[in-house]
Every structure is written in structure tokens, then in C-alpha cells.
Design a protein around this ligand. Structure first.
Ligand code: ATP
Ligand code: MG
Length: 601
């Protein structure tokens, strides 16, 4: 039987394996003697600076080629969270070494999204916001060092030849005929590559490791390529650009990163990460101890896609209204939809961090959101499918105040006054002319409570020529007003919400459903023919967005963009930050309430 405490040799709880590792490093003082130049730099730069005041350094390194999605949020919260927890710093680094794809629009949106999640790269007097393209001089210099030390060579094989000679998982590769060029020749060629003497693809710089290495990533990986392209930051200064697998470890080391956390698909790259940094540290170019790469499993969520490529496709082919479409699993979409940063935190903490690939149920994400919002959001009243209720024995023109609590869990948040009058809007589903079994709200002869108001007795309804109910009639019981001594004199089982028709704020509300109809969009399903290839776009839910006109309690007229409320019985709604106007809010449904209202509601 298990004892209350974990046996000493038990594996660390999966959710904490990174924290455990950081704690072990801290306990061992692994990083305590690092220096920090106050900015990124080489071993010499850092040696001239003081001891690093940060106990650890982590980073979030997006490539600015798209908007951030929910998966990135997991990585952001993990990296910034660790830094905060352990007295460290987390850098925001734009990994903009690829000249073709980056755009300022993406840089701006990434900065906004990280801030929105409540994370900051500014702490303790440091501003750790970096652009990898500012390191190109160092990177080219390091490449030249590798050439001079015999660790890199210029290969002039064609791309096809290189591919053919790389070998396979079961067969070793073949050495390039250019592999044994002299240091002088390699250096001369690399300089001329930089000077622009050659066309794209004519030569490539490769690390010289082992063409027979079982790990294909160690078979002389390419480290610098010729690319005649204008870079958004460095313009036309360079016509050679580093490969990602060369650039990334160097960026980490220059920035004194202690724990370089990435997703599992980079696991096979780790040997090269370590090989490269070792060679450069041997050469005295990088400070020790070197950063350690740690992999965790990426976030996969049901009913959405979390890949920039697919998200770009949704936007470009106009399957959604844009990156910030509230149905998009992007952080701009989440913000517009009304999801809360605190909800993301709770969700991230709950799913934890592990090395096991898993598909997380979207319901778990929604539950975390509901939990946070239930606590934080003020309650308001909205009628989404308005049906007129006429109280025939209530004086025409009379208006009185009813009081509704702002938050049932927080009486200190007070209450507000909502006007009550002869004609109200109620939910269409709260009246049934012929009640089904168990129905307890309004039907002829039945009594029900208008929440925060009176008990009414239904007397009948009006119908149009097609037999559709257009108004419900009732009489109220004056002695039953909520909050007065006689309120409970009449017991009823049904309870409904309402707004005064003369005072209501009419508003557009957007209701969202899942963007995809199936849990794993585009994935093969049981029974699929072997040759069938599915396209995630075929799994789009055609009814994922619906617009309705609702009647809201009058105070909501003044709701500000991004304010969020719980509309009683319906769920959580936020004021759309794009389409709302002063006095005319448009609402997005963030998430429904748990299906807990029950028939008695
Ligand atoms: P995508 O695969 O969606 O195109 P990416 O990994 O190419 O994303 P980057 O800009 O390179 O996007 O990612 C920045 C950081 O976010 C990386 O450290 C990456 O590991 C992390 N990240 C990306 N997607 C996920 C995910 N689904 N779960 C957790 N972390 C992620
Ligand atoms: Mg990437």
C-alpha cells in the first residue's frame, strides 16, 4: 500500500518535473556563479559584468509569423511562471532569424498577448525584450570560429545530393565529397557567401559531426544558408542566414538562459543543441554553465486546431472573420470572446506539464474559465429569446424598483435596482401553453415567481394568425414582493427572469459554438478507408456562430468594452471590444453556465 509520502525513488509527479529540475539545480548552485552583462553577450561580455541577480533565466521565443494560440499560452505561463516563482527572469525573444516571414503586425500582437496574460519581461530594473536578428554578427562570427576549429565546412552538393547522402533511420549517410576542404578554403568560401558572390543554394555551411550518427540530426546539419532576401530588421546587410537549429541554442546562451524549455518535437535536436554550445564554450565564446534544453508535451485541445499554419488557413480562406474571431483559439480571439487570463492560469496549472502527449478535453478549459468567472463576474439579467408578459392587474404607467444582488457569493458587492412595470420581457421557453411533464414555470393556471419581483399567476396568452404565441398574460400577487415580509406567503416551484419592456436595452448578442464538429479535426476516424485523407476544413462546424437580438436590464446600456457579466441562467457574456458603440453594446457569449439550472429554474 502506498504511504502518505512518496517513496524516495518514486518518479517525480509528472506535473512538476520541470519545477523539480529547477529546484535541484538551485539546490546544487548550478547557476549561481554566472555573470550577466546586463544584456545578451559572449562569455567575455558576461565575465565583465556582475554576478547574475536572476537565479534562473527562462524565455518565451515566438517566431513572429502568426498570432499566438492557446498552446503558446501554456508555454508563456510556464516560462514566466517559473521565473516568477524562483526569483528569475523570463525573456520575450522574437525568433526572427528567417528573413521571409516576419511582420510587425505579429510582433505587436505577441507583445499585447503576453501582457494580456499578465506576464512581463520588465522586472527588477531589467527589460528583457530581444530580437534574435540582433545577434547575426555573433552568429556569423561563431560560424567562422567553427570553421577555424575544423567543426564546420562549406558543402557544395545540390540539395538533392545532400538529401540522398543523408541516409535513413536504418542506414548511415555518406560523407560529402566537399567534407574535407581545408580550413582556408572553407573560410574563403564562407566569406564569399556572406559577400553575396553566390546564388541561393549554391553552397551551404554544415557542422562537421558524423554522417553515420544514429541520430540523423547529427549527420552534419546545415547551419548557414545563402538567402538573398531583405530582412525586416537588418535590411540587406546579410545574404546568409543561420538555420533555426544553429541560431536557437546560441540565442539562449547569449541571453544567459538557464532552462530552455521547448516542446517535445525538439527532443531529437537536443544532442546538436548540446554539441554546438559545447564547441562554442570550448572556444571561450560562451559562458558556462550552458543552458539546458528541457522538453515538455505541447498542448493539444479537442475541437480546435493549434497550429499556426492551420490558423492562417482559416483566416486567409475566410472560414472565420479574422485572427480575433471569438471562435479562434488565438489569444486575440480569446480576449475578444471574453475568456479571462486568470482562467488560462487555472487551466495551465490544472493540466500541468509532462512529457506525455495528450489531447485535453475542451470542456476542461471551459470549466476553468467558468470557475474563475463564477467568482469574479457580476450578475446581470438578460432575456435572449424575448416574449412579452403582460401583468393585467398591474397599473399602467407605474414603475417600481426591485433589487437584485450583484453577486450572490459576495454580498459586499451590493445590489442594484431594476425597474418593474406592467409589461415585461420573459424567455420564450418559460411559457408553455400546454405544459410538458415537470414544467414548472408559466402555463395557464400556474403560479411562478418573477425573480426579485412578484409571484404571478398565468391567465393565458395571445396568438397571431399562425397560432404563434405573441404575449402571455398574468396577474400579480401584490403581497409577494421579494424582500418583503410576505414574500413567501405563496409557495411556487418555478422562478424566472425578466426585464421591463419599456426600460430594456435591446442588444445584439453573438452565440458561439465549437468551431469544429469533431474532437480531432482532420484526424482519421474509425472505419476510414486506408487511402482516405481527411482535411481539417471538412470538419468545420457550419453553425458555430449565431446572432440574436436580446433584451437586457437597462444598466447594461453603459457596459464598457471587455466588461464581462454572468447573465443569470445563461452564462458569461462580454462586451465585444470591436463592434460595440457607446450606449449600444454588442455582447459575445464567452461560455454557457454548466447545465445545472434544472427544470425548477
Ligand atoms: P506552431 O506549431 O503552432 O506553428 P510554433 O511552435 O511554430 O507553433 P513558435 O512561435 O515557434 O510557434 O513557438 C513559440 C513557443 O511556443 C515555442 O517555445 C513552442 O515550443 C511553444 N509552443 C508552440 N505551440 C505550443 C503548444 N501547442 N503547446 C505548448 N507550447 C507551444
Ligand atoms: Mg516554430
Amino acid at each position: 500500500m502506498s504511504s502518505p509520502s512518496q517513496p524516495a525513488n518514486a518518479p517525480a509527479p509528472a506535473a512538476n518535473f520541470i519545477r523539480n529540475l529547477v529546484e535541484a539545480d538551485l539546490a546544487a548552485g548550478k547557476h549561481a556563479r554566472r555573470h550577466w552583462a546586463g544584456q545578451p553577450g559572449t562569455a567575455a561580455d558576461h565575465a565583465a559584468g556582475p554576478l547574475d541577480p536572476a537565479r534562473i533565466r527562462t524565455r518565451f521565443p515566438p517566431e513572429p509569423n502568426g498570432y499566438l494560440h492557446f498552446g503558446h499560452a501554456k508555454s508563456i505561463l510556464l516560462n514566466f511562471g517559473l521565473a516568477q516563482q524562483y526569483g528569475g527572469r523570463c525573456h520575450l525573444r522574437f525568433d526572427d532569424t528567417n528573413p521571409e516571414k516576419e511582420e510587425q503586425e505579429y510582433v505587436d500582437s505577441i507583445i499585447d498577448a503576453v501582457h494580456w496574460l499578465g506576464c512581463s519581461w520588465e522586472s527588477d530594473g531589467e527589460t528583457n525584450l530581444y530580437y534574435a536578428s540582433n545577434y547575426f554578427d555573433w552568429m556569423a562570427g561563431f560560424a567562422e570560429y567553427l570553421i577555424s576549429a575544423g567543426h564546420a565546412y562549406v558543402d557544395s552538393q545540390s540539395a538533392d545530393e545532400m538529401r540522398a547522402n543523408r541516409g535513413t533511420l536504418t542506414q548511415p549517410g555518406k560523407d560529402s565529397p566537399f567534407r574535407n576542404r581545408s580550413v582556408e578554403e572553407n573560410m574563403d568560401l564562407f566569406k564569399r557567401m556572406q559577400a553575396g558572390e553566390f546564388a541561393d543554394g549554391a553552397h551551404i555551411l554544415r557542422a562537421k559531426i558524423d554522417m553515420a550518427a544514429p541520430n540523423i540530426n547529427l549527420r552534419d546539419p546545415a547551419i548557414y544558408r545563402i538567402r538573398h532576401a531583405t530582412h525586416h530588421n537588418t535590411g540587406d546587410k546579410w545574404c546568409v542566414y543561420p538555420m533555426y537549429t544553429f541560431a536557437h541554442p546560441i540565442e539562449d546562451a547569449l541571453e544567459c538562459i538557464t532552462h530552455s524549455i521547448c516542446t517535445l518535437e525538439f527532443e531529437d535536436q537536443r544532442p546538436f543543441y548540446d554539441w554546438l554550445l559545447e564547441r562554442l564554450a570550448e572556444g571561450g565564446l560562451l559562458q558556462r554553465p550552458l543552458p539546458q534544453q528541457i522538453e515538455f508535451s505541447r498542448l493539444n485541445l479537442t475541437y480546435v486546431v493549434l497550429s499556426k499554419r492551420k490558423l492562417i488557413q482559416l483566416v486567409e480562406e475566410k472560414h472565420v472573420a479574422g485572427w480575433d474571431d471569438p471562435r479562434m483559439p488565438t489569444l486575440v480571439g480569446a480576449r475578444r470572446r471574453g475568456y479571462s487570463p486568470e482562467g488560462f492560469r487555472l487551466f495551465a496549472e490544472r493540466i500541468g506539464v509532462s512529457k506525455n502527449d495528450s489531447l485535453i478535453d475542451y470542456a476542461l478549459f471551459e470549466d476553468a474559465m467558468r470557475e474563475v468567472m463564477n467568482e469574479s463576474d457580476l450578475r446581470r439579467i438578460a432575456v435572449l429569446d424575448p416574449l412579452k408578459l403582460i401583468i393585467d392587474n398591474y397599473p399602467d404607467g407605474q414603475v417600481e424598483e426591485c433589487f437584485a444582488p450583484n453577486h450572490p457569493l459576495h454580498p459586499e458587492l451590493g445590489q442594484r435596482s431594476v425597474p418593474f412595470s406592467r409589461e415585461l420581457w420573459i424567455e420564450g421557453e418559460d411559457f408553455q401553453e400546454v405544459p410538458e411533464k415537470g414544467f414548472r414555470r408559466l402555463f395557464p393556471g400556474n403560479k411562478a415567481r418573477l425573480r426579485y419581483g412578484y409571484v404571478v399567476e398565468c391567465t393565458g396568452c395571445d396568438k397571431d394568425a399562425d397560432g404563434k404565441v405573441v404575449a402571455v398574460h398574468c396577474n400579480y400577487l401584490p403581497e409577494t414582493k421579494s424582500g418583503t415580509p410576505g414574500a413567501d406567503s405563496v409557495k411556487v416551484k418555478g422562478n424566472l427572469h425578466w426585464v421591463s419592456a419599456a426600460h430594456a436595452c435591446q442588444a445584439e448578442i453573438r452565440l458561439f459554438d465549437r468551431l469544429f464538429r469533431v474532437p480531432a479535426p482532420g484526424a482519421r476516424r474509425e472505419g476510414d478507408a486506408p487511402e482516405l485523407e481527411r482535411n481539417f476544413l471538412d470538419d468545420l462546424n457550419p453553425d458555430s456562430r449565431q446572432t440574436i437580438t436580446a433584451q437586457l436590464e437597462p444598466g447594461l446600456r453603459d457596459a464598457r468594452p471587455e466588461e464581462r457579466f454572468q447573465f443569470e441562467r445563461h452564462g458569461y457574456f462580454t462586451v465585444d471590444r470591436v463592434d460595440s458603440r457607446d450606449g449600444a453594446p454588442v455582447f459575445n457569449r464567452t461560455v454557457t453556465l454548466k447545465d445545472s439550472w434544472g427544470k425548477a429554474g
